[in-house]
Write a new protein. Structure first.
Length: 564
């Protein structure tokens, strides 16, 4: 049974989204040996200089002068950014009676994504969900491969249930919500039989397609939530991106506020007596930062985020005043398009199916079962695809495709519908299929398929090692033949600023910078090098709960529960 505040059925149908590996670290400064260098080292010196040279985005700008400031205001809590972190933090601060100001770069709250997870929920008992904190921490430690900060994430998970439920309940008078156990919204992709946490959504009642109902509702919900916060006294400045933090004693003391850039080109100075929260998000739309840390996400990759504000502004501002730099590796947030009506793409959940995978040059490049255990929208298979020409992989199958879809009649119907729409290429011969797709090396494509059929017939994939159980189901021998394209999009990055469990930003000595907090995708230690599907909705779980907990610490109510 589902909690249904809006009296609507919960999530069914195709194409659910949750939100990689091999990320690059920060540029290091090479040490110089004592004494003179030999002439043979000259070329190495040049390489070292290029590696350690300060990039433009790393250089702190000139301080903002008083004559550039057209407005100065005081508050208790200053929130920088209004997305999945900043909105609930602003709402909670206003509901708690704090004098809160929010500055944001965009003209509306950023509502990317849809699903908010919640562990240790007050609804757990009703749904028979057991919160096993130790098992969750152990699982994330393993899957995080050393990148996950157990103290930070564990604190958030422990308190997420009450935090998220508070947020949903407090705002239900301006926008109704729905919630249910995670195994009921998983579409059976991972065949979870036991729920581990609750998931909340805020659907648009005017939408009919199930996923659009959820995804298009979330940004409208965030706007309604901010409007409610303003009605409780919050002051919100849209289209006013934060530019610089204010830290006392020549960047050695407390952070006391920030400057925001107004639309007329002047600055607003905001003084915050209790704290400043960096809720500015990630840097996946800043190519200069990506080039240094995540070059696989640079170039002509399309972003799924429509707001354009993921520029790493919070990371830069924090580093400029002495925050310690996260050394990575950073989360590589990639996904396939989420075309829920299949206008241009077949269902992205099929991207993990173990059909033969080739690039546009007709080459096979990966073990196709690499990601069968992963959530489809942020699969490590995206890492294999993104390295291919055009950042695109092509799945090849034949008339046996239904075997990989487990004979599911609804899935087979969607497949056939995609064929009729032309979203999936189809042909009676492989030569014709190659021409339709436009493989740049038709001969190589045909050779690749022939070789794949050879290993399938032999019962052992000695080339890439996919399990024998899939070979008879995925050989490409029985016409008609099909091809699906999988273009990779960039979705987010995680990391940049180190924090403690309270959300306080740390310096290079791991000491907190008084008055400065960070939550959401700016915060390090939340993920591995790719999004961890095992906690569906965890990106927003971390954002919502983390921001609200930061406000609690600012207000001195850390030890108190979230109570409606």
């Amino acid at each position: 049974m589902l909690e249904n505040v809006s009296r609507r059925s919960f999530l069914t149908g195709a194409g659910m989204l949750a939100a990689g590996s091999a990320a690059a670290g920060l540029m290091g400064c090479s040490s110089t040996a004592h004494g003179a260098k030999k002439s043979s080292d000259a070329q190495d010196d040049s390489a070292d200089a290029a590696t350690t040279a300060e990039q433009p985005w790393q250089k702190a700008p000139s301080p903002i002068s008083p004559d550039q400031v057209s407005e100065e205001i005081d508050c208790e809590v200053l929130i920088l950014g209004l997305g999945s972190t900043g909105v609930p933090a602003t709402v909670y601060a206003a509901a708690s009676g704090a004098d809160v100001v929010a500055l944001t770069a965009t003209g509306t709250p950023e509502g990317e994504g849809a699903y908010i997870g919640a562990y240790n929920s007050p609804l757990n008992e009703k749904y028979g969900i057991e919160y096993d904190a130790a098992a969750l921490r152990a699982s994330y430690a393993y899957w995080g491969q050393g990148s996950n900060n157990g103290d930070v994430t564990g604190t958030i998970w422990d308190r997420s249930g009450k935090a998220v439920h508070w947020f949903a309940e407090y705002c239900k008078d301006v926008w109704p919500y729905e919630c249910g156990p995670d195994n009921e919204i998983d579409e059976g992709i991972h065949k979870r039989t036991t729920a581990t946490h609750m998931v909340y959504v805020f659907p648009d009642p005017n939408e009919t397609q199930e996923q659009y109902r959820v995804y298009r509702g979330f940004p409208k919900f965030l706007k309604a939530a901010v409007d409610k916060a303003e009605s409780k006294g919050a002051r919100v400045y849209y289209s006013t991106p934060a530019q610089q933090l204010i830290r006392e004693n020549d960047n050695t003391g407390r952070v006391t506020g920030a400057y925001g850039l107004k639309e007329d080109g002047s600055y607003i100075k905001v003084n915050a007596s209790k704290g400043v929260l960096l809720a500015t998000g990630d840097f996946h739309q800043n190519d200069a930062m990506l080039q240094d840390w995540l070059p696989c996400m640079t170039g002509d990759l399309t972003s799924r985020n429509p707001y354009g504000a993921a520029q790493g502004d919070g990371q830069k501002m924090a580093w400029w005043i002495g925050a310690g730099k996260d050394t990575g590796p950073f989360d590589i947030g990639l996904c396939w398009p989420h075309d829920f009506e299949f206008v241009e793409n077949s269902p992205s959940r099929w991207g993990t199916k173990p059909w033969l995978r080739v690039n546009i040059a007709g080459e096979r490049y990966t073990n196709e079962t690499l990601a069968t255990h992963e959530w489809y929208s942020t699969s490590p298979m995206c890492l294999a695809d993104v390295k291919q020409p055009g950042h695109t992989g092509y799945q090849i199958c034949d008339s046996k495709f239904g075997q990989i879809l487990d004979g599911d009649e609804s899935e087979i119907a969607i497949f056939n519908d995609c064929v009729s729409r032309g979203v999936i290429y189809s042909a009676n011969t492989l030569e014709e299929l190659a021409d339709k797709v436009g493989f740049t090396n038709k001969k190589r494509f045909l050779e690749t398929v022939a070789r794949y059929n050879e290993v399938c017939a032999g019962g052992s994939d000695i080339d890439f090692g996919i399990p024998a159980e899939f070979l008879s189901k995925t050989s490409v021998t029985e016409p008609p033949f099909y091809c699906m394209h999988r273009e990779v999009l960039k979705q987010w990055t995680d990391g940049g600023v180190n924090t403690n469990r309270y959300g306080q930003v740390l310096d290079d000595d791991r000491e907190p910078i008084e008055g400065l907090y960070a939550a959401g995708n700016i915060r390090s230690g939340l993920c591995s090098t790719h999004y961890l599907w095992k906690s569906f909705g965890s990106n927003k779980l971390n954002a919502v709960t983390g921001g609200m907990l930061c406000v609690k610490h600012m207000l001195g109510t850390w030890d108190e529960d979230f109570e409606i």
